[in-house]
Design a protein around this ligand. Structure first.
Ligand SMILES: [Zn+2]
Length: 401
């Protein structure tokens, strides 16, 4: 404590030593004047000088602060510019994304329209409106539009695109449900005809079992376009194979005669008396009875065949072929497209025949099968078949145009 007071006193003494009364003698042109500068006056001058100095320092400081502030402002502007640039970049990226989404949407739309035309021969709106078995339709068909999936932070244009995308996804889901339903119905009907649906789809996938599956090449991009679109690929193929098989199934009477004699299978040969495989069904009727195509198809053979006599063969696609034998005449020619029930020939007794009758065969992938199961198809199977024929017919009609 005492040292502090002592220190203060010491400084005071030093300050007092600085300001002491001064007497100055000035001699000008022989006159001597006496000038006295008091310590008080010196202190006043020093005070003024100090104040001036302080003012100058304050001004300098203000300028310096101002400069610093300006620098800060400049930094803020730079920051704003950087932000604007970043936002511009974001906008550019967003524009790219919007363009990309729009391109995706267009591609999907084209695919959907392609499916509608290739597989249904109608515009997409009609498929959605078609009430196919509304009762057991999967949940996907009735699911409301997931608008919550649309990011609310997106700009309005992007939201519009996202909504469109969601609607398209939903439509694809609905289409998938409708296609699966058709495929399931066809599968059931095909199985009821004694055919193996899984084997049919498998053999079609490996390229056997006939042409006319229009999906190949068109659905290649489906996987890249989303889940629903990828699932559509397999469903459409299954539907095509099974429905076309149903259409190809020769369930129409090959002749308007009710009696069917000799059945399919092993029986006593009427010529040799031994056991022989009878690979078809026989229809007895007068010579000239109209012979009708049992299913739509293309005439693949017209002419004489050893044992069969005059023969017509029809290729129905999907590995399905029908043969009409012992004919007395033809009303068609090779390459002609025929519809079910269309006359192709006249009943006769040519070849190894014991009397006027039609020998009718059905071949599946080169193997003769009993035609009876096709000819005796139940109403429920025929209903699914008629539905399939309508769809396939619509495509064929469009293709022919
Ligand atoms: Zn026969």
């Amino acid at each position: 404590m005492s040292s502090k007071i002592a220190g203060l006193r010491h400084w005071r003494q030093r300050l007092s030593a600085l300001f002491q009364d001064h007497e100055i003698f000035i001699r000008t042109h022989g006159h001597v004047r006496f000038l006295r500068i008091s310590a008080v006056w010196q202190k006043r001058v020093a005070l003024i000088a100090g104040v001036v100095l302080l003012a100058w320092a304050a001004t300098t400081l203000a300028v310096l602060v101002n400069q610093l502030l300006t620098a800060d402002e400049r930094a803020a502007v730079a920051r704003q510019q950087a932000a604007a640039l970043a936002s511009e970049k974001r906008i550019a990226q967003y524009r790219d994304r919007v363009a990309e989404t729009a391109a995706d949407l267009e591609e999907r739309q084209a695919l959907l329209e392609g499916i509608a035309e290739t597989h249904f021969g109608i515009d997409p709106a009609a498929i959605a409106a078609e009430p196919v078995g509304a009762a057991d339709q999967p949940a996907a068909a009735t699911e409301p539009l997931k608008t919550s999936a649309v990011d609310p932070r997106l700009p309005p244009e992007a939201q519009a695109l996202a909504r469109l995308e969601a609607r398209q996804e939903q439509f694809a889901g609905r289409l998938l449900a409708a296609v699966n339903l058709r495929a399931n119905n066809a599968e059931e009907a095909v199985a009821k005809l004694g055919l193996n649906p899984a084997a049919l789809v498998r053999s079609a996938a490996t390229g056997r079992g006939g042409p006319l599956i229009p999906y190949k090449g068109k659905m290649g991009k489906a996987k890249a376009l989303g889940e629903s679109f990828a699932a559509l690929e397999g469903a459409l193929f299954r539907m095509e194979v099974l429905e076309r098989t149903l259409v190809a199934v020769p369930s129409g009477n090959p002749a308007n005669v009710l009696m069917m004699s000799s059945g399919f299978g092993y029986r006593r040969d009427p010529f040799t008396g031994g056991a022989a495989m009878h690979s078809g069904l026989d229809f007895r009727g007068p010579i000239g009875t109209p012979i009708l195509a049992a299913a739509p198809g293309r005439i693949s053979f017209v002419g004489s065949k050893s044992g069969y006599g005059n023969t017509v063969e029809i290729d129905h696609g999907q590995g399905m072929m029908t043969r009409y034998a012992h004919l007395s005449g033809y009303t068609t020619k090779v390459g002609a497209e025929v519809t079910a029930g269309e006359q192709i020939a006249k009943m006769g007794s040519t070849g190894r025949s014991t009397g006027s009758h039609l020998h009718f065969e059905v071949h599946l992938n080169g193997v003769a099968v009993n035609p009876r199961r096709f000819l005796e198809a139940k109403a429920d199977v025929l209903e699914v078949k008629a539905d399939a024929r309508q769809r396939v017919g619509a495509i064929t009609a469009r293709g022919a145009r």
